[in-house]
Write a protein that binds this ligand. Structure first.
Ligand code: SF4
Length: 150
């Protein structure tokens, strides 16, 4: 027997209402989408819903106190909270950090689910702390954190 699952596409602000016809696990047809991305989204949402995960983590000795990070692939929908907690358990990160730098590999044991920096953060240098022997980094206290999914 054919059944219908309904979704709202979140791939762009159009928010197309999607209909996915299926027989059990087998997808028959997707309709209501204005572009291919909507069909792909409906199929993904039906068979294996995932969410992109971005958050910020503390930076030690950086010019900025927070570093925006994201996962390289979307996280299983039911594991997003667990993934965010694991990121905050494993980090902060030590400055300097380069944009695109991999901070965690295979998050939650999933191959390819890496966490990368989405901006660069240079080492914090206080002019008065520079000495002929080098630079003494200042200490920073991590502030608030935020986590976003889409
Ligand atoms: S189907 Fe295409 S046009 Fe419609 S909301 Fe999704 S991405 Fe946007």
């Amino acid at each position: 027997m054919t059944e219908t699952a309904r979704f709202i596409c979140i791939r762009c602000p159009m928010g197309c209402p999607l209909r996915l016809e299926h027989e059990g696990e087998k997808i028959i047809e997707v309709s209501g989408n204005e572009c291919k991305r909507g069909a792909k989204y409906a199929r993904q949402e039906f068979s294996e819903p995932r969410r992109e995960l971005s958050t910020t983590v503390a930076v030690v000795n950086g010019r900025w106190e927070r570093l925006p990070v994201k996962t390289t692939i979307a996280v299983h929908k039911e594991r997003v909270l667990e993934a965010a907690r694991e990121i905050h358990r494993l980090l902060p990160v030590q400055a300097p950090v380069q944009i695109g730098q991999v901070l965690i590999r295979d998050l939650l044991g999933e191959p390819g689910l890496d966490v990368v920096a989405t901006r660069s953060v240079r080492l914090h240098i206080e002019p008065s702390e520079s000495t002929s022997e080098g630079v003494r980094p200042s200490s920073h206290t991590p502030k608030s954190r935020s986590t976003h999914t889409r």
